[in-house]
Design a protein around this ligand. Structure first.
Ligand SMILES: [Zn+2]
Length: 214
């Protein structure tokens, strides 16, 4: 039902682990196969997956306002409901800390939706030109070959990526995801070259690979 749209799963660890594992096929192939006793049918299921979860059962882990009372085994059990292979298939992991009261009540206005829209539209335009004549539409869909072609790295970037992959023990899939996300960050910034700042930002989005709960 989320085909060509967004599938949002709130409180991810509350889902049955087997249910979550089923997401692997649509995330990889953009289709879902439903098998019944006599036959199986494949449906299109190409969606953007967005998930949310607390950092622990009580929700106050790493929160400066209140103490978290979860024990280490409790936190581990909570996080272990989400498998590594599923996390590996998610492009961007990001921590969203609580907003302090003074920022909620006034303060600086952020970037408007209209400004963001313009940036996104121009990044999409760059991608449309890049993939003209190929079935690929967006950076996220780049094949391994296209990733190599359009995410050329200079020595600084190559060393940065190599160090992060080794240090964080990243998979080949995560390695390519970092490059594709970095390409999009560069497109949003209107930069043709992939710069260390773009790559660094993309590496920072692999937060859950670094096992922030330990
Ligand atoms: Zn807690």
């Amino acid at each position: 039902m989320a085909h060509n749209g967004v599938l949002f799963l709130d409180e991810l660890p509350e889902f049955n682990r087997r249910t979550l594992e089923v997401l692997r096929q649509p995330l990889e192939e953009g289709t879902v196969t439903i098998a019944r006793a006599l036959n199986s049918t494949t449906f299109p299921a190409n969606f953007m997956l967005v998930v949310a979860l607390n950092p622990c059962l009580c929700g106050y882990r790493n929160d400066s306002r209140r103490a978290c009372h979860c024990s280490v085994p409790q936190v581990e059990r909570y996080m272990s409901k989400i498998s590594g292979p599923l996390l590996d298939r998610i492009d961007i992991h990001i921590e969203v800390p609580a907003v302090p009261f003074r920022e909620l009540s006034g303060g600086q206005p952020g970037t408007s939706s209209q400004e963001i829209r313009l940036q996104v539209a121009s990044a999409r335009k760059v991608q449309a030109g890049r993939f003209n004549g190929s079935p690929t539409r967006y950076n996220a869909d780049m094949t391994h070959r296209q990733t190599r072609q359009y995410c050329a790295l200079d020595d600084t970037c190559r060393n940065l990526l190599k160090a992060s992959v080794t240090e964080m023990g990243l998979s080949a899939r995560a390695h390519d995801k970092i490059l594709r996300v970095a390409r999009t960050i560069a497109d949003l910034a209107g930069s043709e070259a992939l710069l260390p700042a773009h790559l660094n930002e993309a590496i920072n989005y692999r937060m859950l690979d670094r096992q922030f709960w330990t």
